[in-house]
Design a protein around this ligand. Structure first.
Ligand code: PEP
Length: 250
């Protein structure tokens, strides 16, 4: 099966409204002739509508960085999945900063995954091992747990599911995994999806590598048979660098 490469740009908690508009316009202009690669921008939530409007008529998609699992209610400060409908296509769930900085458990990740699916949006599930798990040889156990528990209660693979393999120790450190190690983990992730949802689902799911990806190293990851794209943090804040990454993904 031919899987279309997919590149995500996670802007995290950066950029003013004006800067977000400018970056969106610059990325749009830089990628105007790009075909064969899906691109998703994940702006901070207050700028989602601005970015959505600035991308009107473009193939670049918009994603939310986070969501709450209840569909509505007295949850001050939270954003519900149904509220995102019409503005975003994808929702990032389980990013390591959510898991580690905000103490999000796998149960909460699963609740969020279900909320995203119930709202008819497409989840991008991020998984990855902390350094301690790598050192202790527990990486695959951690990945399996994050994948299996993180999709608890979801009987069939969500259509269009994207999984990002992001070793925690590689995020924002300038120290990416080696392409061979990333390939091994992504192949393992595909095998867990096969166990969970069957071979056809495993063939279809797109798996990104994330962690210190830049324009220079992205091709070495994308060339791997089980890596279908990249989730990019720091480098996605620079239109030229991000566009170069998207082009290399082709
Ligand atoms: C991320 O936050 O998902 C990420 C991969 O960040 P960076 O590219 O900066 O390592």
């Amino acid at each position: 099966m031919q899987r279309i490469p997919v590149v995500g740009g996670n802007w995290k908690m950066h950029l003013t409204r004006q800067e977000a508009r400018q970056l969106t316009a610059a990325i749009r202009a830089a990628l105007v002739d790009l075909v064969g690669v899906e691109v998703i921008l994940f702006p901070p939530s207050p700028w989602l509508a601005d970015v959505h409007d600035a991308l009107e008529g473009s193939t670049i998609q918009v994603g939310a960085q986070n969501v709450y699992w209840e569909p509505q209610g007295a949850f001050t400060g939270e954003v519900a999945a149904p509220m995102l409908r019409g503005t975003v296509d994808h929702v990032l769930v389980g990013h390591s900063e959510r898991r580690i900085v905000f103490g999000e458990s796998v149960w909460e990740t699963a609740d969020k995954m279900r909320a995203v699916c119930d709202a008819g949006l497409t989840p991008l599930l991020a998984v990855g091992e902390p350094m301690a798990d790598l050192r202790a040889g527990r990486t695959n156990d951690t990945l399996r747990r994050q994948l299996v528990e993180g999709t608890r209660g979801i009987a069939a693979m969500p259509p269009g599911l994207i999984v990002a393999y992001e070793p925690v120790w590689a995020i924002g450190t300038g120290e990416p995994a080696t392409p061979a190690a990333a390939q091994e983990r992504c192949a393992f992730i595909r095998s867990v999806i096969a166990d969970r949802y069957g071979d056809e689902a495993a063939e279809a799911v797109r798996i990104q590598y994330g962690g210190s990806v830049n324009a220079q190293n992205v091709a070495s990851f994308i060339d791997q048979p089980d890596i279908d794209g990249a989730l990019v943090g720091g480098a996605s804040l620079d239109a030229e660098a991000f566009a170069a990454i998207c082009r290399a993904a082709r």
